[in-house]
Ligand binder design. Structure first.
Ligand code: KIV
Ligand code: NA
Length: 275
């Protein structure tokens, strides 16, 4: 069954948890889609995991479009959600609509995600007015790292908690159809989830959210530059890959790979004629 904004809304109503993972390429999209992951997020975290930047700030629209298009080609049933990169929507409402449109037209996304609450509501309204579903993202928003002065849990003080609740209500009122909450205390994320009627997806926000998201490389144990507390490693694929690379290297150096079965034949007659 295809996942859409309406099936996601229904899942919240029926208290059926929503699954989201970040995904950046075609082959991974095919695997996740077949596994039944409902939302594939082309996160701008690809700046870290795929491109090796320290932050998500250098990620461009072209990066996002290329990866989104690749994921879209591999997704049959999953909802393809593309992050709007730094400076693709902060600059103006006009830029936000144009760039959201590019992720849809060129990346074949089904919706876009942007960071911020009340302050990006004009952008959310305008994108939604263009019939593009929007997922908001509050709490720890990595594009704000320089303003935050580092990565930490958000919404711990009464004022900050109140602000997050307000932000959640405002993005819903602006027409967002989903809300990601990152590094928000579990109890607060649960209150927000029960306060708004759009699905909430948590990362470091506890089990009270309507759904969960993790970064693909984190949950597979393939990325160790930094590992936040909220990551659960579901498999150690990094170790399996490392062993495969070492085995390959050893076999090539020993001359045992390729073997006969990996080799193309030619008739002796042709070979004889060469000399
Ligand atoms: O870019 C990303 O991976 C994200 C998720 C962590 C929600 O925005
Ligand atoms: Na992101």
């Amino acid at each position: 069954m295809k996942t859409t904004v309406s099936t996601l809304k229904k899942q919240k109503e029926n208290k059926e948890k929503i699954t989201m993972l970040t995904c950046y390429d075609y082959s991974m999209a095919k695997l996740m889609d077949e596994a039944g992951i409902e939302i594939l997020l082309i996160g701008d975290s690809l700046g870290n995991t795929m491109l090796g930047y320290d932050t998500t700030l250098p990620v461009t629209m072209e990066d996002m479009i290329a990866h989104t298009a690749a994921v879209s080609r591999g997704a049959k049933n999953a909802f393809v959600l593309a992050d709007m990169p730094f400076m693709s929507y902060q600059t103006s409402v006009y830029d936000a609509v144009v760039n959201a449109g590019r992720l849809m037209k060129e990346g074949h996304a089904h919706g876009v995600k942007l960071e911020g609450g009340a302050r990006v509501c004009p952008q959310i309204e305008a994108i939604v007015a263009a019939d593009i579903p929007v997922c908001a993202h509050i709490g720890l928003t990595p594009q704000s790292i320089n303003a935050f002065g580092g990565f930490k849990v958000q919404g711990k003080s009464e004022e900050a908690a109140r602000q997050l609740v307000e932000d959640a209500k405002k993005v819903e009122a602006a027409g967002a159809s989903m809300l990601v909450m990152e590094c928000v205390p579990a109890k607060l994320a649960e209150i927000i989830t029960n306060t708004i009627s759009i699905p909430t997806i948590g990362i470091g926000a506890g089990a009270g959210c309507d759904g969960q998201v993790l970064v693909n490389q984190d949950m597979l144990g393939m990325f160790h530059d930094f590992t936040p507390k909220f990551v659960k490693q579901f498999a150690n694929v990094g170790e399996i890959m490392m062993q495969a690379f070492k085995d390959y290297s050893a076999e090539v150096k020993a001359g045992t790979f390729p073997a006969q079965e990996h080799t193309y034949a030619i008739s002796d007659e042709v070979i004889d004629k060469l000399y």
